[in-house]
Design a protein around this ligand. Structure first.
Ligand SMILES: CC(C)(COP(=O)(O)OP(=O)(O)OC[C@H]1O[C@@H](n2cnc3c(N)ncnc32)[C@H](O)[C@@H]1OP(=O)(O)O)[C@@H](O)C(=O)NCCC(=O)NCCS
Length: 250
């Protein structure tokens, strides 16, 4: 079926395999009545059970048609960026930073399962909670196994990991990205997040990048304040919707 140029869907292989049912994403940030109806038809014909849609919040027509066509609002994605100067490394004596090692993975997974409950996969309770936890446990493992260019962990003497930050560089090394940050619940609010972000900025800057990007959720005030404290400023805001065709049995 032909969709107009503003609305195309593609099946997401990794997400479909991870959650165990067909998941697609709508590319294009706007929706009209005809494009919306064509998308729903395509999804039904393709047996899609969940469609992700990252929408332009400035389009009133999109919000109207997302609502009328039963898209579920799940998240506001906030992207921030920072021109990389010399980071100001806070010195919290209690904690030390180092590169992650394979022996850290189990402890990192435990933190990751709990830490990312502001994400759309927890907010949308159609995704089983255990799978949402596993998504972030899998994410940190994949980052440690090479998907991230660098993973730092924070620890107390002999404590094992208490927090992590994962970083990537663009192919030309001009732009860095902070991918996943998490601090163990019992250690939050003590400067660990700031230490991890400073370490990541130092690594990204020393690799030659001019700019660093990070994405968080509008509902995640702690993360926004963490990045703002390091000097990040908002670049863009987008709205995440999920359109369910058949809900998985929980
Ligand atoms: C976000 C997170 C990494 C911050 O780590 P942290 O060690 O608690 O943060 P710090 O103690 O270094 O504080 C950093 C800044 O954030 C602010 N902050 C931290 N927790 C906060 C909270 N619950 N509410 C409001 N602000 C908060 C602090 O006030 C501080 O800013 P300030 O010094 O200008 O006042 C931590 O809360 C966490 O792991 N959350 C769950 C995972 C997560 O949300 N990751 C980010 C996903 S994008």
């Amino acid at each position: 079926m032909a969709l107009d140029s503003l609305a195309r869907c593609s099946l997401l292989e990794w997400d479909s395999s991870f959650f165990g049912f067909p998941i697609a994403q709508l590319s294009g940030e706007t929706l009209s009545e005809p494009s919306g109806r064509a998308v729903l038809k395509w999804c039904k014909a393709s047996s899609v059970r969940c469609l992700y849609f990252l929408a332009d919040p400035n389009s009133a027509e999109t919000a109207e048609w997302a609502h009328r066509l039963d898209f579920k609002f799940v998240d506001v994605r906030v992207e921030l960026s920072l021109g990389v100067g010399a980071p100001n490394m806070p010195n919290v004596q209690e904690f030390a930073l180092r590169a992650a090692q394979p022996s850290d993975i189990t402890a990192l997974q435990t933190i990751a399962r709990e830490a990312h409950q502001d994400s759309r996969f927890f907010f949308d309770t159609n995704f089983p909670r255990a799978r949402a936890e596993e998504l972030f446990a899998t994410w940190i493992v994949k980052d440690c196994e090479g998907r991230a260019d660098k993973v730092f962990i924070a620890e107390r003497k002999n404590s094992g990991p208490l927090g992590y930050i994962t970083c990537n560089l663009s192919k030309d090394s001009q732009t860095g990205r902070i991918s996943l940050v998490g601090v163990a619940a019992e250690c939050r609010g003590r400067g660990l997040g700031k230490m991890l972000v400073s370490q990541a900025l130092e690594w990204i800057r020393s690799a030659g990048a001019q700019k660093v990007l990070v994405v968080t959720q509008a509902r995640n005030v702690a993360a926004q304040r963490l990045y703002q404290a390091a000097g990040f400023r908002t670049d863009s805001v987008k709205v995440w919707y999920h359109r369910w065709f058949e809900k998985p049995s929980l």
